[in-house]
Design a protein around this ligand. Structure first.
Ligand code: GLN
Length: 492
């Protein structure tokens, strides 16, 4: 039998119901794998005791014939989701001692569906980053390395711990959040699937806020089917989040028909950027050919404002973060430094509590929101954002889904872009436009680079049309036959 940690989420679900193994055994196998994988630094907090208790409860349910949709399936939770009674840090020193008294809606839904919590996984501090190097708890290692080269690669970010845990098989699936690419880019860097649903599909309640008009939760899994299964349990209307949409949640698994005959797939010309590595270009071409061979109709489309997406994002996101992070003042949550008076306490706490990247973003955000610059930067960026969304709306008059690369490179070496924030921000060039427009996007592993590292392809869909996105992703996955796996160097 395949080892329990090698199963897909779907197979584990079916195996549990067929009583081939117990939820306790499945949890134990994942806890052991999680402990063996400590060198990757994927977890900030491990919760093996909770995992055992939840798995035992699942076994009782299964014995009673009362299994829920995710009964007994062990998951890793990005440490941005508040978990009642379990420390939630957002990978920041300022929240290091924070234990929430409430559960995020998304994680509550997962537990209500029977899932088992393995622990809280590492991320870039407050989800700001593309490499998981800004975490106060240290960087996460990508399980993938270039064959014959033992230098560390970044797992992508900000959901780097989630991507590493799923790729290296110590969680069946993980939750991620995506503000400008943080589900899709790490999925691409670690050779797994990650979907950011339409803004409003998943409740943001209880997720530590970065940029509220962009933040969306989504699943990270090893297959498209697993993503569909997870997404169904994560989505749904929540009156506690005023931006949550009141729409029925489809059975996403049923959307995976494998049939895309006549589907119109747009190839956005503007995504063919200068200096794009050949191998990214060729995997993109290959992806288009696979879809065509499956009966899709390819169409070049124009998204003329694409080049403004990155600068727009890096005004809107820091503006919202500077406002959201104002609440960390040493009074209500987490860290408090001593000071002679209130101002000194605020300054001491925020100075000690936030890392460099978070401070940079707060400064940029405060600047673009300040009286003299608000119109020139923030308001202008909001207008451009609306035009970018209109670009997509126009494209979707002609096509059903868009195909593009997920990231402009494979996983880079640790430290390679740390000194140059602009180089780091450029990594988000293909993911940020869909975020600004609030559209669903998925990354599917499509092949390996010349260096033997995973490359992802991205599909972007119409608002609330995750079904077409998933269906097309399923076809890409089928054609790509991505069976490569990271070496297990950390076990030696
Ligand atoms: N890399 C982007 C940033 O640094 C996106 C992060 C995210 O999606 N959370 O802002």
């Amino acid at each position: 039998m395949t080892s329990l940690t090698d199963l897909t989420l779907a197979d584990a679900r079916d195996g549990l119901r067929a009583k081939k193994f117990s939820a306790a055994e499945l949890a134990r196998a994942h806890v052991d794998a999680m402990i063996a994988a400590r060198p990757l630094n994927a977890f900030i907090t491990e919760t093996p005791v909770i995992a055992k208790a939840m798995a035992d409860e699942s076994d009782k349910r299964i014995a009673r014939g009362d299994a829920r949709p995710l009964e007994g399936l062990p998951l890793a939770i990005k440490d941005l989701f508040c978990t009642k009674g379990v420390r939630t840090t957002a990978a920041s020193h300022i929240l290091e001692p924070f234990v929430p008294t409430y559960e995020s809606t998304v994680t509550q839904k997962l537990w209500d569906a029977g899932a088992v919590m393995l622990g809280k996984v590492n991320l870039d501090e407050f989800a700001m980053g593309s490499s998981n190097e800004t975490s106060y708890f240290g960087p996460v290692e990508n399980p993938w390395r270039k064959p014959g080269d033992n230098r560390s690669r970044v797992p992508g970010g900000s959901s780097g711990g989630s991507a590493a845990a799923v790729s290296a098989r110590f969680a069946l699936a993980a939750t991620g959040t995506d503000t400008g690419g943080s589900i899709r880019q790490p999925a691409a860097f670690c050779g797994i699937v990650g979907i950011k649903p339409t803004y409003g599909r998943c409740s943001r309640w209880g997720i530590v806020a970065f940029a509220s008009s962009l933040d969306q939760a989504g699943p990270m899994t090893r297959t498209v089917k697993d993503a569909a299964i997870m997404l169904r349990s994560m989505c749904g209307f929540d009156p506690k989040d005023s931006t949550s949409v009141d729409m029925a949640v489809p059975d996403f698994e049923k959307a995976l028909t494998g049939n895309i005959k006549g589907l119109k797939v747009g190839i956005p010309e503007e995504y063919r950027i200068d200096g794009m590595p050949k191998e990214i270009e060729s995997i993109w071409t290959k992806g288009a050919e696979w879809l065509k061979a499956a009966g899709a109709i390819l169409k070049p489309v124009k998204l003329p404002l694409t080049k403004y997406a990155l600068p727009t994002y890096y005004i809107v996101a820091p503006a919202e973060c500077s406002s959201n992070l104002a609440r960390y003042d040493g009074v209500r949550f987490g860290l408090r430094e001593k000071g002679e008076d209130l101002t000194a306490m605020y300054e001491g706490t925020r100075g000690a509590g936030f890392g460099r990247e978070v401070r940079r973003r707060i400064l940029i955000g405060t600047y673009v929101l300040s009286a003299g610059y608000y119109d020139a930067y923030y308001l202008k960026a909001q207008r451009v954002r609306a035009l970018i969304a209109a670009d997509f709306a126009n494209a979707f008059k002609e096509v059903d889904v868009l195909l593009a690369p997920t990231a402009p490179s494979s996983a880079f070496a640790r430290g390679e872009k740390t000194a140059d924030p602009i180089a780091m921000y450029l990594n988000d060039v293909f993911t940020v436009p869909a975020s600004l427009a609030g559209l669903p996007g998925i990354s599917v592993p499509a092949g390996l680079s010349a260096d033997g590292l995973p490359l992802g392809l991205q599909l972007i869909g119409r608002a609330y049309d995750e079904e077409t996105v998933l269906r097309t992703a399923g076809v890409l996955e089928q054609a790509a036959q991505f069976t490569a796996r990271p070496q297990t160097w950390w076990k030696q």
